[in-house]
Design a protein around this ligand. Structure first.
Ligand code: UDP
Length: 236
């Protein structure tokens, strides 16, 4: 097996990654495709924690924009991430990969509570740790969760798997002349207003020197990132 550049990673997927063409809800075929891609990566022997957003089901900000109390709306968003976590757990296990869902909001009939030492032990045993319910606190996002868990779990990098293959100077879906960066410093990313993560999440990774790699979800790019083949964009 080729040597891994990153032995333990935190992989962040947005909720939309599970929604398929409809952009909302959970599409089983899309979840299957995502889990096949993750399976190929897990077979490389990497230790993986996953943070999955909830935007395909509910976002706190949109709830509060329609008049809901923000904290209530955010709790709904956090619960949405649990649905996504359970969908991915089910499919990863169908593909033969042991997983544990660890939730920041306790729901003992459904999944384990997030306990850092337990999460580390699961990863050492080759189980994928799916971190559900965000940070457990309203007013945060799953990007912040990714930053927080990535640091707590001593991950070598945070990988944001997205529809696009890296960070561009402008939106590549709107501008044919958009240029992709291969590497950026934290300061350059801020100075150029490149929205890699929200400000709270970005401040955390920057203060603690955790590299973020943005790459495509599909097409074997996560695998190439782990092998250090220079795909995607690294912010460090
Ligand atoms: N959320 C929260 N605290 C957290 C993480 C998430 O309140 O620590 C809520 C927030 O309302 C957010 C929703 O959960 O809108 C879903 O997460 P996010 O929007 O980050 O999902 P994504 O855009 O990645 O699918």
């Amino acid at each position: 097996m080729a040597p891994l550049k990153y032995k333990r990673v935190l992989l962040k997927l947005s909720g939309e990654a599970l929604a398929g063409e409809h952009k909302t809800g959970i599409d089983p075929e899309t979840v299957d495709a995502v889990c096949r891609e993750l399976g190929a990566v897990l077979e490389m022997g990497v230790e993986m924690a996953l943070v999955i957003g909830g935007g395909n089901i509910f976002r706190g900000l949109s709830g509060s924009a329609k008049g809901m109390e923000r904290s209530s709306a955010d709790y709904m968003g956090m619960l949405a991430t649990v649905l996504n976590a359970l969908a991915v757990q089910d499919m990863l296990e169908k593909h033969g990969h042991p997983t544990r869902v660890l939730s920041a909001i306790t729901m003992q009939e459904v999944c384990e509570p997030f306990i850092r030492r337990r999460a580390l032990r699961h990863m050492e045993k080759g189980r994928v740790v799916i971190c559900a319910a965000g940070t457990g606190n309203p007013y945060f996002t799953t990007d912040t969760t990714a930053a927080l868990r990535g640091m707590e779990l001593k991950c070598d990098a945070i990988i944001k798997a997205t529809k696009v293959d890296g960070i561009y100077d402008k939106d590549p879906t709107q501008h044919a002349d958009a240029v992709k960066y291969t590497s950026l410093s934290y300061d350059e990313t801020l100075a150029r207003h490149l929205g890699v993560m929200d400000a709270t999440a970005f401040a955390l990774v920057r203060d603690n020197n955790v590299p973020i790699i943005v790459c495509r979800m599909f097409g074997g790019d996560i695998r190439r990132v782990l092998l250090g083949e220079g795909v995607g964009t690294i912010v460090h």
